[in-house]
Write a protein that binds this ligand. Sequence first.
Ligand code: ADP
Ligand code: ZN
Length: 212
Amino acid sequence: MATQLILLGAPGSGKGTQAARLVSEMGYNHISTGDLLRNEIAKGSELGQKVQGIMTRGELVDDATVLELLNANCDLSSGSYIFDGFPRNIDQAKSLDEVVIKNANHTALYFDIDLDVLAQRLVNRRTCGDCGEIYNLISKTPKTEGVCDKCQGTNLNQRKDDNEESVKTRLGVFKSTIEPVLEYYESKGALKRVNASAPSEEVFKEVKNTVK
Ligand code: ADP
Ligand code: ZN
């Protein structure tokens, strides 16, 4: 079976952008726990109502809820997956192994970047509500203000948790949970690092070389 890819990195480190390119150019399936949770909120489901406040504040949803959602939405027999946003702590890393990955080949890719630059990236991030394309008001502006280059849609939205206070919480949570996760994959010989502060094109080249 082909390699399963686990993306590790702080909020704003570019995991989502790179995942989208890997999907379109290399045919991976993409699973983002953040997207799954936001879908539940958009649907107004019971689960969505439960997690809405937690996510807006930038805190973590409980492990069992996220694991269940993840497991219900991926089937490794249908090919290679990119796991984006999961695992976020060591318990989730172990659960991912036990429940989802099992004996499948896998690589964990760490998007290495100085955390101090991320707050600015995140508060300036906008996402096309129609096609999901990601923009940044400083480094990747749409050609026409307010209009998506890709689909011409005019819903360039700011995520509810991309405000200064929630961003601070998200980065704080990341700092306090990531080390044991990195050590876990390192000790299995499954960890690779990419320099995520390079321009997006270069990061993609590095990512591609890493997963080949
Ligand atoms: P980011 O990495 O930029 O914060 P995500 O879309 O990955 O964005 O996650 C957004 C929010 O969704 C998180 O702040 C958290 O509340 C929730 N979430 C996503 N994945 C997980 C997870 N694996 N465990 C717990 N909460 C999660
Ligand atoms: Zn669009």
